[in-house]
Design a protein around this ligand. Structure first.
Ligand code: TRP
Length: 377
């Protein structure tokens, strides 16, 4: 994969060097301005590092949701996961952020596990596999410390009876030509995939069905999911709901060159179940912004912006803004070498994962409490 490759960002594919400003223009979303951050801070206190560092950088109607919130109408959160394989650290980034929002705004969260989506889209997966991944991936979500009173995990196949009437309402109002324009469907696209956007819309509206209360929903997600919300927003008001609002994050880069962290390239991503040896091996093989020799590094300095190891500190493994700036400065000045950063990152990731793996085991005992079956029985 090369950085010069043309940028492609769809819900199924992220390629090339991603230009986030251009994406805002292309998708017609709004940038998260300093003014909006100040407004958020009134509710959250200290801003989350992912906001301070503009990793969440774009939105639709976040201001509207805050406005309603300030008038006393709260909202629900919705996010999800396509269970096509094991969870890697890139997936955890928006989930950690979602938990922060949930705690600050004291909201319900609906989390959709799309075992159906991954079955119809991925040629090589059968339904047992996607259902199994849905269960396994839910353990990772729960391991982050979510509370089952405020968090519901929807497993699409198992919960279809709950979802289907809303999906039908949505599906009836989206034409094939709209769906084709938004998603690029072709004549050889299977019809399960074509119906699927109606399913992804359902959790935006499910709260009313479950509680009788009509609340707006805010979706934290990577920006590649935006086409879904575009079509959902078109039908929301016709169905008597608020348009779903969104807050979009960047893609966590993989440890190789370019693109997002992708399970399709296992050596460039760190899975939550990786052993310390695997973590070490992957980080030491990572693409960095360093020079080819120590001598050159000392003379010309490295490029933190092009460095995947630095990005890991930025996204998740260095909370302190001062320290992260210092790390970048030292790199540019040639005061440290890549091995220093790799050693520290290996240590941080290993510590994080050992703790995560422990909590993930415990999640097996409580996962039932998060399910719709448990909640609606
Ligand atoms: N389509 C998403 C994926 O493939 C899964 C998903 C469903 C999702 N609902 C969501 C992601 C809401 C973010 C927000 O990963």
């Amino acid at each position: 994969m090369s950085n010069d490759e043309k940028m492609v960002v769809t819900p199924w594919e992220v390629r090339g060097k991603v230009d986030y400003k251009k994406l805002i223009r292309q998708f017609g979303t709004q940038p998260i301005t300093d003014k909006l951050l100040r407004r958020l801070r009134k509710h959250t206190g200290k801003l989350h590092p992912q906001l301070r560092r503009k990793l969440f950088f774009s939105h639709r109607d976040l201001d509207t949701v805050l406005e309603l919130h300030e008038q006393g109408r709260t909202f629900v959160l919705y996010t999800g996961r396509g269970p096509s394989g094991p969870v890697h650290i890139g997936h955890l980034v928006p989930w950690i952020f979602t938990k922060y929002l949930q705690e600050k705004f004291k909201t319900k969260l609906y989390f959709q596990m799309t075992d159906d989506e991954k079955f119809v889209i991925e040629q090589n997966l059968n339904l047992q596999q996607t259902k199994k991944f849905a269960y396994e991936n839910a353990l990772d979500l729960i391991a982050l410390g979510y509370d089952s009173t405020d968090t519901s995990i929807i497993f699409d196949v198992e919960d279809i009876a709950l979802l289907y009437d809303i999906a039908l309402q949505v599906a009836k109002r989206i034409t094939f030509s709209t769906a084709k324009a938004a998603f690029g469907f072709q004549d050889n696209t299977n019809i399960g995939w074509i119906f699927w956007p109606a399913m992804q819309a359902v959790p935006c509206f499910i709260h009313k069905k479950l509680t009788g209360e009509n609340l707006p929903c805010l979706i934290p997600a990577a920006i590649d999911q935006d086409p879904y919300w575009r079509v959902t927003r078109d039908v929301a008001e016709k169905l008597g709901f608020y348009k779903p609002a969104q807050i979009h994050c960047r893609f966590v880069p993989g440890l190789g060159i370019g693109g997002k962290m992708s399970a399709r390239e296992p050596e460039t991503c760190i899975f939550t179940t990786d052993t310390p040896e695997m973590v070490k091996r992957k980080i030491w093989a990572a693409y960095t912004g360093g020079r080819s020799t120590v001598k050159e590094q000392k003379e010309t300095g490295g490029e933190p912006d092009a460095c995947t190891v630095y990005q890991y500190f930025l996204y998740l493994f260095e909370e302190d803004d001062g320290r992260i700036k210092e790390r970048a400065r030292q790199c540019r000045a040639g005061e440290n070498i890549c091995g220093d950063c790799k050693a520290l990152l290996t240590e941080r990731v290993t510590d994080f994962l050992l703790e995560h793996q422990r909590k993930r085991e415990k999640a097996k005992d409580i996962i039932q409490e998060f399910t719709m079956r448990h909640k609606t029985s």
